[in-house]
Design a protein around this ligand. Structure first.
Ligand SMILES: [Zn+2]
Length: 534
């Protein structure tokens, strides 16, 4: 508790000094080269401090149960290099599946059995750390930490990214919750680009609880920035359904001849592009920085139609940035993996009733790691390939790409699991094409009942207008029935056999943590929103 408070105070006290120094693309390239060269050594340093001297570390238990002492690990890394050593460790049972890492299932290997304790994943080498809360999902909420060292380290990647995509000298805006997350975004951009000029917040600052604490931190950061001669924008409340307000600001930037960079998930970017088109606003030249959702063909088309483009990054709650969008992509979501901070491997994994996917398995290599990972399934999958794309990120030494990146956790629920882009295709392409509206107007919602039962309904935004709800229900049911897990009691199969349909609810799709919109949204329990059943 005390160390948490000390961490927070150090974080806040460090802000003025943090803002005084900026990072150029050249300095960022040097950072990557330095980290690559020192990777084996920094991993061993992390392993000593965060694994072998931490009795709560799950990796310590796995390593020791496999008979691997620190000296053995050191020899292995020196002889084979970290990448091959990670493979050897995996074969010896030193790994965590995604479910084990999240504490949803016990680890059972080499004669030991235990649940992962989240505190065993902490990195004691982080100094000014602040805890971030995950956006939920099932199982225990995972805590993640951030620090100014970490924000500075990540800022260097942004310097590379913005440079590669010619987006450094733009007005910057951030739209998201007024939290430490938002503050980190502001700080990061202040270090590499123009200091953000707008901070649109999806919730109001309130006078109690977590948001009060966040508000106090923001207030302090705001003053600290002034002291160091910088100006952070004060939060401006813009609810998630007011994309038009943000679109107007983007149009104003375009009119002034300086199109902006807006930090926002791609579904929100699509909603803004649609709002701008409907109002006749010109937001062409705008760049959206997307970090939390797959860039699907339907969303890309809507954004492109507005004359805007998307720069992708790939980040995870536990470890922060993992990949940067290629500037010469061969697919929509072609990313360079940050192989200076992460050792990444593909490992086949079977999800639900679908065929195996190439899961991404991570090992954190740097002493600045937010969470310690040693052969941990990330919850994402994608094809890893080495390619010389010729873009500036490749020249910076990042030679490994990941393609077709998706999170398997988000597309698997109690009764249904979807393969690849099936769910996105259904929600963003098939339904709008057949029943009208935009790719952002539909969402499937799963509700868990008290007895562990579940039901699926379909949300359609009221703006779509009159819709043959029965036909929508039947269409979705037909697709669902094809994806239902084998052997599971299934409402979909049952209903489809009886010629029934799924309930339709007319409301805007749910937005998670004030930012993300998933094609399948899981509600924790029966809510008063009430799903109309027939
Ligand atoms: Zn590239």
């Amino acid at each position: 508790m005390l160390s948490e408070l000390t961490g927070k105070l150090r974080y806040l006290a460090g802000i003025p000094a943090f803002l005084r120094e900026t990072i150029s693309p050249d300095e960022a390239r040097e950072q990557v080269a330095r980290d690559m060269a020192g990777q084996d050594q920094s991993f061993l340093c992390l392993a000593k401090a965060a694994i072998y001297t931490n009795p709560r570390s799950p990796y310590r238990r796995l390593l020791l149960s496999a008979g691997i002492e620190f000296d053995d690990l050191e020899r292995m890394v020196h002889q084979l290099g970290l990448e091959s050593a990670a493979v050897r460790l995996f074969e010896a049972g030193v790994y965590l599946t995604y479910e084990e890492f999240k504490g949803r299932r016990p680890v059972e290997r080499n004669g030991v059995e235990f649940f992962v304790d989240q505190s065993g994943l902490k990195n004691p080498l982080l100094r000014s750390s602040v805890e971030l809360r995950s956006s939920g999902g099932s199982g225990p909420r995972s805590l993640s930490v951030t620090s100014l060292e970490h924000v500075a380290h990540e800022a260097a990647y942004y310097a590379l990214l913005l440079d590669a995509h010619a987006a450094t000298h733009r007005p910057v805006a951030v739209w998201g919750p007024p939290s430490v997350w938002g503050l980190n975004s502001l700080l990061r951009y202040s270090k590499v680009a123009k200091t953000p000029s707008q901070f649109f917040t999806t919730t109001r600052l309130t006078s109690s609880g977590e948001r009060l604490r966040a508000g106090l931190m923001l207030g302090y950061a705001f003053l600290a920035a002034r002291l160091s001669g910088k100006r952070l924008p004060w939060p401006r409340f813009v609810p998630v359904d007011r994309g038009l307000t943000v679109a107007r600001w983007l149009a104003e930037m375009k009119r002034r001849g300086t199109p902006a960079l807006l930090d926002i998930p791609v579904s929100a970017a699509a909603r803004i592009a649609i709002a701008a088109a409907e109002e006749g606003l010109d937001i062409s030249g705008t760049v959206f920085r997307n970090g939390s959702e797959p860039l699907t063909p339907a969303k890309a088309a809507v954004i492109e139609a507005a004359g805007a483009r998307v720069i992708n990054v790939y980040a995870s709650t536990e470890i922060g940035l993992c990949g940067l969008g290629c500037a010469a992509p061969v697919e929509l979501d072609d990313l360079h993996l940050l192989t200076d901070k992460l050792v990444v491997r593909n490992q086949e994994k079977v999800i639900g009733n679908s065929s195996a996917v190439p899961a991404l398995v991570y090992t954190t290599a740097l002493t600045s790691a937010r969470r310690v990972m040693l052969n941990v399934e990330s919850g994402d999958y994608g094809r890893i390939e080495k390619r010389d794309c010729g873009c500036p990120l490749r020249s910076a030494g990042l030679a490994t790409h990941v393609l077709g990146l998706r999170g398997y956790d988000k597309l698997t629920s109690a009764g249904v699991s979807f393969k690849g882009d099936d769910l996105y295709t259904l929600v963003e392409q098939l339904l709008p094409a057949r029943f009208g509206g935009y790719p952002t107007d539909y969402q499937l919602v799963e509700q868990r009942g008290d007895s562990g039962s579940w039901s699926i309904s379909i949300l359609i935004a009221p703006s779509v207008g009159a819709v043959d709800e029965e036909a929508v229900g039947a269409t979705v049911l037909e697709i669902l029935s094809r994806n239902v897990r084998n052997g599971d009691p299934s409402i979909a199969a049952e209903r489809s056999g009886q010629g029934q349909t799924l309930p339709v609810l007319r409301r805007a799709p749910y937005i998670l943590s004030g930012r993300k919109t998933l094609p399948l949204h899981v509600l924790p329990g029966r809510s008063k929103a009430g799903v109309r059943s027939r």
